[in-house]
Design a protein around this ligand. Structure first.
Ligand code: SF4
Length: 350
């Protein structure tokens, strides 16, 4: 951020958006629903979250081999493969190695750029991460969900906050990229818990994070608790506000937030009984975070602003969904006529 004087009285502020640059390689997910999971977590319904039913690993492996061979024949552009939906590092026998050996073959052929997996923080047996890294695994997404021992216990996750942090450190110590998944609004939630989780995540310096506010999905144990009046999910407004506060903290730590809210898989909406589900949840949170950024800069300016130049790439999120933030900007002294979208990378406030 920079302030400079122009003429005698007019100071001008320029500032960058704090989001770290984002690497964009196409990611092809391979779903292994519930494979390797020690139990079924009370909020989890992989079928509606991934649009894929559980299947024998042999079948998934054979289908992946066919898909990759076809993609190679077609001359598809290189992509990253992500093994999701289960506990990859706890797959039985040598299945993790078999899947990685398959993707390595296609990496050597130039089709697969990188490989990642998701797993639980308590499924990182010493030595296994190093063996998987040696076979080409580059990134591990840890379904941490929370670092709070109380919330983890109330949600029956089966590990405590210290194990969650140790899991993150183990991934980094194995030389792998770390991604952290947080699930705010779990049973056992209380005010301030998510902010502490975000703080802990930021200090662990993962490369990226996914933030999935907890939903009540049909067929899960959480649905029974919700029906019995024993669980209340976050409201959409709380989810938006909490996520918008999480974003700048993570961005300041160099963490890219690659997803907020579950991906809208076909069939998911019909299975959501309660909770903050909205296809534009992430966009809404980003818009609020941007408003907060501008509010802070107007305060630094110390006088009524004359004009704000906004990099063009933020034009889609600046005003919020349906222009809902227009009045908030007007209250800052920035009605529509004082906003200009420009082809620069930095904001400029006069
Ligand atoms: S949340 Fe993760 S560990 Fe739990 S059942 Fe779902 S995929 Fe398995």
């Amino acid at each position: 951020m920079e302030i400079r004087r122009r003429g005698h009285a007019m100071n001008v502020l320029t500032f960058a958006h704090p989001e770290p640059p984002r690497e964009r390689i196409p990611l092809r997910p391979v779903f292994l629903p519930f494979a390797g999971c020690p139990h079924r977590c009370l909020f989890c319904d992989q079928k509606s979250q991934t649009g894929t039913a559980p299947a024998p690993l042999e079948e998934i492996h054979a289908a992946l081999e066919r898909d990759l061979s076809l993609a190679l024949e077609r001359g598809d552009a290189p992509f990253e493969i992500g093994f999701y939906g289960g506990t990859f590092t706890a797959l039985p026998g040598d299945w993790p190695e078999r899947f990685l050996d398959l993707t390595a073959r296609f990496r050597d052929a130039g089709l697969v750029r990188r490989t990642r997996c998701s797993t639980r923080p308590d499924a990182l047996e010493p030595g296994r991460l190093a063996r998987l890294a040696a076979r080409g695994l580059e990134t591990v997404e840890l379904g941490v969900q929370s670092f709070d021992t109380g919330a983890l216990a109330a949600s029956g996750r089966g590990y405590d906050g210290e194990t969650a942090q140790a899991g993150c450190r183990a991934v980094l110590e194995a030389g792998l990229n770390l991604g952290v998944q947080l699930l705010p609004g779990l049973p056992g939630d209380h005010p301030g818990l998510f902010r502490r989780d975000v703080e802990t995540a930021a200090r662990l310096c993962p490369r990226f994070a996914r933030l999935y506010p907890c939903l009540v999905l049909e067929g899960t144990a959480l649905a029974a608790r919700w029906r019995a009046g024993e669980y209340t999910p976050w409201s959409p407004g709380r989810a938006r506000a909490e996520l918008s506060l999480a974003l700048p903290r993570l961005w300041r730590a160099g963490v890219t937030v690659i997803r907020m809210g579950l991906a809208p898989e076909p069939g998911l909406a019909a299975r959501v009984l309660a909770g903050p589900v909205h296809p534009a949840l992430g966009q809404q949170a980003r818009s609020l975070a941007l408003l907060d950024l501008v509010r802070g800069q107007v305060a630094r300016l110390g006088r009524a602003p004359r004009v704000l130049a906004v990099p063009q790439r933020f034009s889609g999120e600046f005003w919020g969904q349906g222009g809902c933030l227009e009045r908030a900007y007007a209250r800052l002294g920035l009605p529509r006529e004082r906003i200009a979208f420009v082809g620069t990378e930095r904001f400029r406030l006069e």
